[in-house]
Write a protein that binds this ligand. Structure first.
Ligand code: IMP
Length: 423
């Protein structure tokens, strides 16, 4: 059985905590897309862990974690995370696997990502600069290096040669940058290749066998639905399929094996990087949400843009992902707001749009039709049962459920595992 967990907005919905919470009841946690651009924050017994590549399920000593073929792996970042875990008493030996056919991010990917985003000028995407888009571009351009290639001396040298040929031409002739040296990269990655050796395997076969044996797999998405390369606010998106369908291609599992899809939704909306954001709050209101919610990127430290809940977006996310239930995070951040707004439609050129649109003219320039609700003042961080939430908080949750037509099964009211309410 496979359960998929993913973000329903622009990432940073608090998936790290939700995955950590759900991981308790599964056997394997498997990540299916993205790379070191993601930052999943988990707080256990007052200790904070930030994961970029390793699934947060690793904190449970009896869980196996898989990094699927849909993920792009920066070996340095990955091994740093592994050694950080080891230093903190978390042993990953024999329970952390990397797909043989996952693509590897190398220094030229990062360099090119940063240069390209700079060269885009006004059209800059505000990428994380982690070489994500450029690694996926090489994969699709068929000049990528997979984990299995990376480990083989001859293949790695050969593929590095081919990849660097074009990259160095671009660096030298077009971007006027220094060229990268193949031998230097080869030497620099010797240790990383050694470090990854015992972990790389055919994870598609492994997952298939485990599912056949009756094991429960939690497939973890990174980023969020509106950063999906196909369904997000293109071109202001990441370079992979973060939607639930991505779990099949990113892990090599059959859609027939997926039995449940859980969406994570923040009680308001945030976005990092460039791109349209209809319900964004400028000025003091946005600043206040950012401060209260500590909305700074876990990967880049950039301040997140903040705004009201957008039910049009989340409704589309529920549809395109086939979401069965939602977990709402950070409801506590809204405490103290006198009035809370929910975006329920967009207005552009005198027309009302009740649905998410791929038309960037509409989506970038629309105004939002809001519903306004009364807020609550109580600190809800210690509330353990749904019925003890302030009446206005319950009204807010129930109105959102009505608008998006999917039940909210859990509500998170703080960063620790215990601050989770079942509804
Ligand atoms: P890239 O994934 O680094 O190529 O960045 C593309 C866009 O996705 C940028 O706007 C990033 O800020 C955004 N992005 C990438 N990863 C995350 C994430 O984990 N959370 C939120 N935004 C992200």
């Amino acid at each position: 059985m496979i359960t998929v967990v993913l973000g329903t907005q622009w990432g940073d919905e608090g998936k790290g905590k939700v995955i950590d919470y759900l991981a308790e009841d599964v056997d394997i946690v498997a990540r299916y897309q993205g790379g070191a651009n993601a930052g999943h924050t988990v707080v256990v017994n007052g200790r904070q862990f930030i994961f970029h590549l390793v699934p947060s399920g690793i904190l449970y000593p009896d869980k196996v974690c898989v990094i699927g073929n849909g993920v792009v792996i920066d070996p340095v970042s990955f091994l740093e995370e592994v050694s950080y875990l080891k230093d903190n008493g978390i042993d990953v030996e024999g329970r952390l696997f990397v797909a043989e056919n996952a693509h590897i991010t190398l220094p030229y990917h990062k360099l090119l990502d940063q240069i390209e985003d700079r060269f885009r000028g006004k059209g800059s995407l505000g990428t994380t600069g982690r070489g994500i888009g450029t690694t996926y571009a090489d994969k699709f351009n068929r000049v990528g290096i997979r984990a299995v290639d990376f480990l083989d001396d001859d293949i790695f040298r050969n593929k590095l040669d081919i990849a660097l040929e074009l990259k160095n031409y671009l660096f030298r002739e077009y971007y006027k940058e220094k060229m990268l040296n193949k031998d230097k990269i080869y030497e620099e990655y010797k240790e990383a290749r050694e470090g990854m050796k015992g972990m790389v395997r055919n994870t598609s076969l492994y997952l298939h066998d485990e599912v056949e044996k009756g094991r429960h797999v939690l497939a973890e998405g990174a980023q969020g639905t509106f950063l999906d390369i196909d369904f997000g606010t293109y071109p202001y998106v990441t370079a992979s399929n973060s939607i639930s369908g991505g779990a099949c291609t990113g892990l090599g599992v059959s859609p027939k094996k997926i039995s449940r899809i859980i969406g994570v939704v923040k009680a308001y909306t945030t976005r990092v990087g460039m791109g349209p954001f209809p319900t964004e709050l400028d000025g003091e209101e946005g600043d206040n949400l950012r401060k209260t919610g500590n909305e700074y990127g876990a990967t880049t430290g950039r301040p997140r843009r903040c705004g009201w809940f957008d039910s049009v977006l989340v409704k589309f996310a529920c549809m395109v992902n086939g979401i069965d239930e939602l977990v709402m995070t950070k409801l506590d951040v809204l405490s103290g707001q006198e009035k809370i707004k929910i975006g329920v439609a967009y207005e552009f050129g005198g027309e009302i749009h009740n649905d998410y649109t791929f038309n960037s003219k509409v989506f970038s320039n629309c105004s939002v039709v809001y519903e306004e609700m009364a807020g609550w003042c109580d600190d809800i961080g210690r509330v353990k049962e749904y019925r003890h939430l302030p009446a206005n908080a319950k009204k807010y949750i129930e109105r959102i459920e009505q608008l998006i037509e999917v039940p909210i099964s859990k509500i998170s009211v703080g960063s620790s595992r215990e601050q989770t309410i079942s509804k």
